[in-house]
Ligand binder design. Structure first.
Ligand code: LLP
Length: 423
């Protein structure tokens, strides 16, 4: 069951609520609209898939860092995967159990590593200098840091190059040739570092689970090799990256169950705790980006629907040429002709589009238009370009109530950056 469906009356619904009614209730347009029950359903899919395995679901906070969303995931039992000092602070603030958190990244600073050491989260080792900084952080805080080695397994995830991370040319992780150097080095810091596992992350929007299996096989070879040198490895972290059905076609895409089943026997055979780091597959489909149509125009052969949202609030189409499904919120006005449109925002550059060549009924001015699957890497990548200011967020609860879960950014908030500075 999916949260956004078209009702028999021709209106788009989020759970039991007409999206149009949410538009009336919202403080302004555009805004993000979530289904809280869908977050629970997505989590349940992972929980069910992981039955019979020791596991940690580390939610990738970069996908969506809305605080109420984080609290829901934490209450369900998720850990958190963090890539900056502020994400780490936010996760601790949201109450995540540090023993289920992983601090990741290729450019962690000493200051942030001290915070990580202090709080007791797992830290992924990404490079020689990173290891050095982890040792310094351990000494400064007097804490022994549990670490995983992020190994680059050189597997092609078959995705857009900007979101491929586990292949040879990627900036992330350490390569096979250097493994022994890292093991020797870690052995020389018995009071500072405890090696507890290995990590890899292949990329994002992956739609073939064989790719995860291939990587897991390679990683288990490393586990053997590392255990043979006397390390007590407990964790295999296979990262995140499971894709979702952005195209809303009938294509059958792998589910969390398919993903876990493809690595289950491997994990059990080595008596490991499996860590996974889903972002997109937990949160993307729980949300729509809701816009109002400002007007419709035609330039020669091209037709445009101009909406109030833009690349400032939702940059994935501009940045990756990503497809996100677009629909009108209300049934078409009788007599409205269908045509092929580019859906564009008001931002002053031609990279500003939410969708291209979409077949839609010609909408009236003021009509609602949604961009689907906007829960991951949309609000969290929003900017204030053209001083658009970041939009408010709402969710629909199981009982049909519409609750604001984030205020829209205001010009006053922006002006605060200049308080007390030279006129
Ligand atoms: N773990 C690590 C180490 C990661 O780098 C990422 C995402 C994840 C987990 C979560 O991956 P997911 O399950 O969400 O695919 N901005 C891009 C996506 C960048 C993904 C970065 N890393 C987009 O909008 O498609």
């Amino acid at each position: 069951k999916h949260c956004f469906r078209r009702g028999a009356d021709g209106y788009l619904y989020c759970e039991g609520v007409r999206v149009e009614d949410a538009m009336t209730a919202a403080e302004r347009s555009p805004f993000y609209l979530y289904s809280k029950p869908q977050i629970l359903r997505n989590f349940a899919a992972y929980r069910d898939a992981l039955q019979g395995l020791r596991s940690i679901i580390g939610y990738a906070v970069k996908a969506n860092n809305n605080l109420p969303v984080l609290r829901v995931l934490r209450e369900l039992g998720c850990g958190a995967v963090l890539v900056s000092g502020n994400e780490l602070r936010l996760a601790l603030q949201a109450g995540f159990d540090p023993a289920r958190c992983i601090f990741n990244g290729n450019g962690k600073t000493l200051e942030h590593l001290k915070l990580a050491a202090e709080s007791g989260v797992f830290v992924n080792v990404d490079s020689e200098f990173d290891l050095e900084n982890i040792v310094r952080a351990a000494r400064a805080t007097g804490k022994k840091v549990p670490v995983l080695l992020r190994i680059n397994p050189d597997v092609d995830p078959q995705v857009h190059p900007y979101v491929a991370t586990g292949n040879k040319t990627s900036k992330f992780g350490i390569r096979n040739e250097k493994l022994q150097w890292f093991l020797d080095s870690i052995k020389s810091y018995p009071n500072e570092i405890k090696l507890v596992g290995v990590h890899c992350h292949l990329g994002s929007t992956i739609t073939k689970v064989d790719i995860f299996r291939d990587a897991a096989v390679l990683m288990l070879n490393y586990v053997d090799e590392i255990r043979a040198q006397g390390f007590k490895l407990e964790y295999l972290n296979i990262g995140g990256g499971l894709g979702i059905d952005y195209h809303h076609t009938d294509a059958v895409l792998p589910t969390p169950m398919d993903l876990i089943n493809t690595v289950r026997e491997l994990v059990l055979s080595q008596d490991l705790t499996l860590i996974i780091e889903p972002g997109r597959s937990l949160i993307a489909n729980t949300c729509c980006f809701v816009n109002r149509v400002t007007g419709v125009k035609s330039n020669g052969t091209k037709n445009f629907i101009v909406v109030d949202g833009s690349m400032a609030e939702l940059i994935r189409p501009s940045l990756y040429g990503a497809y996100q499904h677009i629909e009108l919120v209300s049934p078409p006005t009788p007599g409205a002709e269908a045509a092929t449109f580019d859906i564009v925002g008001p931002v002053c550059e031609s990279a500003d589009f939410l969708g291209k060549d979409r077949e839609l009924p010609t909408p009236d001015e003021g009509a609602g238009l949604v961009v689907h699957d906007a829960g991951a890497y949309c609000m969290s990548m929003a900017s204030t370009y053209n001083l658009k200011l970041r939009p408010p967020e709402y969710w629909v609860e199981a009982d049909g109530s519409i609750v604001k879960i984030r205020h829209g950014e205001k010009l006053d908030d922006y002006m605060k950056f200049f308080d007390g500075l030279p006129a």
